[in-house]
Design a protein around this ligand. Sequence first.
Ligand code: BEZ
Length: 274
Amino acid sequence: MKKFFFSFNLIFAVVLTAVVFTACCNHKKDAQAQTQVQVVVENQVFQMPRIGDAAPEFKAVTTQGDINFPSDYKGKWKILFSHPADFTPVCTSEFMTFATMQKEFEALNCQLVGLSVDGLYSHIAWLRTIKEKIEYKGMKDVEVTFPLIEDITMTVAKRYGMLQPGESATKAVRAVFFIDRKDIIRAIIYYPLSLGRNFDEIKRVLIGLQTADNFAVALPADWRPGDDVIVPTAGSCGVAKSRMDGEEQGVTCHDWFFCTKKISKEEVESKLGK
Ligand code: BEZ
């Protein structure tokens, strides 16, 4: 009888351990599935690129010839953006705006690269129509000289998570990837099909990323060049105290964890593009 109880207890303990272990593993898997968005391209599963990831590499045919992305743009910032379709009104207004601002992005050492899942000849015909026929908000005779990728196979769009089936199964959403000089994704903005992008914000994000890097600071809500910037939070009680006692030259504290300093617009502008 004693032997029977011993064996029963042993089996019970083993089964209980197995159940607890399996539950823990499944919980861990569920947690991972919730945080990783996966995309499947040609039977390969990729994690959707996120801020801090290396920009996925690809070769593509564009309106400016073939490109290898991002290696063709070594040492430059890149804005890779998608649009839903050629010959559509919102996209036309966006392309005219991007092309009109291209010199401003070049001055920030930034290459623009567009993409839609249309074909090359559609792209060429659309860009010719924009130049020859469309006049909009004072913009006319607008020539798009940055590359526009043809992505009929949707390979790049899927790889970058530009296809979002809840919005459209066949058209890319309006995605904007900000990629730095070391080919790291630094910011991502998504807009739906029905809303054109804010190009002031796109330029502000690029300037903000370059400023944060160049001056090792963070930037508060609605920051623009010339506004106060945020200094790194005090990492010791001593620094917190000296800042709160006003001992750190040029630093103003709202509280020990929230201190700002001035960087003039000219100083910011002298470092942009770097
Ligand atoms: C547009 O660019 O006008 C557009 C494209 C796809 C769906 C809706 C609008």
